[in-house]
Design a protein around this ligand. Structure first.
Ligand code: ADP
Ligand code: MG
Length: 472
């Protein structure tokens, strides 16, 4: 069968499986690239689409292909250039009508003197620095599985503002890089515009600042100016929208600004330290608008990513931090990236003052307060598996596999034991995480390990060391 034929038939099936919306936004936009030796290559428009597609649709697609051909066909998704990045034209129909008649009665719109909005052109580069932090770029953002979706979506938005995911809503706990990504979008949009010799208006504002400006504008009866400023931007980056909580006047204003920008295909990116459902007293109509585009989150980084971030930051700050100190910090400071960065800066200045060396001892002294504030957090099973695999010099995939040779079986039992001791997971969940074993296997593993610890000092020491490193 030819690639196109196969794809057409697959699409017919997918139409029945997915909602019309999903079909139109995702499936219908796909390009078929190639079909050869049971491999179907598909092209999507950006990295985010690639990730999203892989995570959400590939397995359904492979099922459909199997049903059609009776063979198992692997689907590959790659990013290719799409000349037309815009969504299918049907999308236009779903753009809601303007709901605010008042905003059109702005008869001063053309006659009032233009206030300088935050316009960024090549010549206004200095202004950029005041608002957008030039250090917060995509290049300086260390991506891990905790943030790859948000990162890819942000890149997609920066490359094609207003055209791919609008609005983009990024949420996640404090210090996990939301503001960094928001600035990175702004910086990239401006870079691209500069390169193309175009003008672009990018405004980055915290919701708090937006609120203050609004209050001031109301007080000084300069609402029109305020509106014009925000409603003529190309890319509006609003940080920390959780502060919308309960602020009715502001929500109203925000709603209209949002509509105006959205209806003219301007890009809006919002961040929040919690999901939409947890922003109290957020009007239903705002919740619904914020979810129109793409909602994506950033999770706390795991220990490897914390290591990677520390190394990157140390390099940026020109600190020579030995591996063991990085490991120590990455293990101890788990909550967020801001604290990791803070630890490095604080330790750096301490060392500068005292001429101490970069050592764990120094870290303990310089970061005493920070370290004591760290709430003990249970390591997760994945962390444990990785740590055990490293210690016993085997692969994580071996630990999860069905293989039984002793050099794998015992470390696997150790990992199960540590999972029971250190995580608060039920035995069933632990078994599940070890390649779908049952809870009886976990209980057995724990007994084996406990017995070994009684009879073999080496085993006891190794496990004690593992425990110390995993928890603190
Ligand atoms: P948030 O807005 O989510 O509270 P920030 O964006 O202010 O967090 O991030 C806090 C600090 O941590 C910033 O200095 C930022 O550069 C840094 N940071 C956060 N995540 C990353 C990351 N993945 N890679 C590099 N630096 C990061
Ligand atoms: Mg922030």
């Amino acid at each position: 069968m030819l690639a196109n034929q196969l794809w057409e038939r697959t699409c017919e099936r997918l139409k029945k499986i997915f909602s019309a919306e999903v079909y139109r936004l995702w499936i219908a936009r796909i390009k078929v690239l190639d079909y050869e030796s049971n491999n179907l290559s598909l092209g999507v428009w950006d990295e985010f689409a690639q990730l999203w597609f892989k995570e959400n649709y590939v397995s359904a697609l492979e099922d459909a292909l199997r049903e059609i051909t009776g063979e198992s066909i692997t689907v590959q998704v790659q990013v290719v250039s799409f000349e037309d990045h815009s969504e299918p034209s049907a999308e236009q129909e779903s753009v809601p009508p303007k709901e605010d008649p008042a905003q059109n009665t702005d008869n001063q719109q053309n006659s009032a003197p233009a206030i300088p909005p935050t316009v960024y052109t090549p010549r206004a580069a200095a202004e950029v620095q005041n608002v957008l932090n030039p250090k917060y770029t995509f290049e300086s953002f260390v991506v891990g599985t905790n943030s790859n979706m948000a990162h890819a979506a942000a890149m997609g938005v920066a490359q094609n503002p207003g055209k791919s995911y609008n609005p983009l809503f990024i949420y996640g706990g404090v210090g996990l890089g939301k503001t960094h990504l928001l600035h990175a979008i702004g910086n990239r949009v401006i870079d691209n515009a500069e390169r193309a010799g175009k003008q672009v208006r990018v405004v980055y504002v915290t919701l708090e600042k937006f609120l203050n400006e609004y209050i001031e504008a109301v007080r000084e009866q300069r609402c029109e100016r305020f509106r014009r400023k925000y409603r003529r931007v190309d890319v509006l980056l609003i940080d920390d929208v959780q502060f919308l909580t309960g602020r009715e006047g502001l929500q109203e204003e925000f709603f209209h600004t949002f509509n105006e920008l959205y209806n003219s295909n301007k890009q809006i990116v919002l961040t929040s330290d919690r999901p939409l459902s947890e922003i109290k007293k957020l009007e239903e109509r705002l919740v619904s608008r914020f979810s129109w585009g793409l909602v994506t989150d950033i999770q706390p980084p795991n220990v490897e990513l914390r290591m990677a971030i520390l190394k990157q930051k140390a390099k940026d700050m020109h600190f020579q931090v030995p591996e063991e100190v990085c490991t120590f910090l990455a293990q101890k400071i788990r909550a967020n990236v801001r604290e990791l960065e803070g630890a490095l800066i604080r330790m750096g200045s301490y060392i500068n003052l005292t001429q101490a060396s970069w050592s764990i001892e120094t870290a303990k002294v310089a970061l005493q307060e920070l370290l004591s504030r760290q709430v003990a957090q249970a390591p997760n099973i994945e962390d444990i598996q990785k740590k055990v695999a490293m210690t016993y010099d085997i692969r994580v995939s071996d630990i999860i596999s069905k293989k039984r040779p002793a050099n794998i079986a015992f470390p696997r039992q150790v990992a199960m034991y540590l999972s029971r001791e250190l995580t608060h997971q039920p035995l069933i969940a632990i078994g599940e995480a070890f390649g779908g074993r049952d809870h009886g296997t976990v209980i057995h593993a724990c007994k084996v390990v406990e017995n070994q610890m009684d009879v073999d000092d080496n085993v006891r020491d190794t496990i004690q060391k593992l425990k110390n490193e995993l928890e603190f």
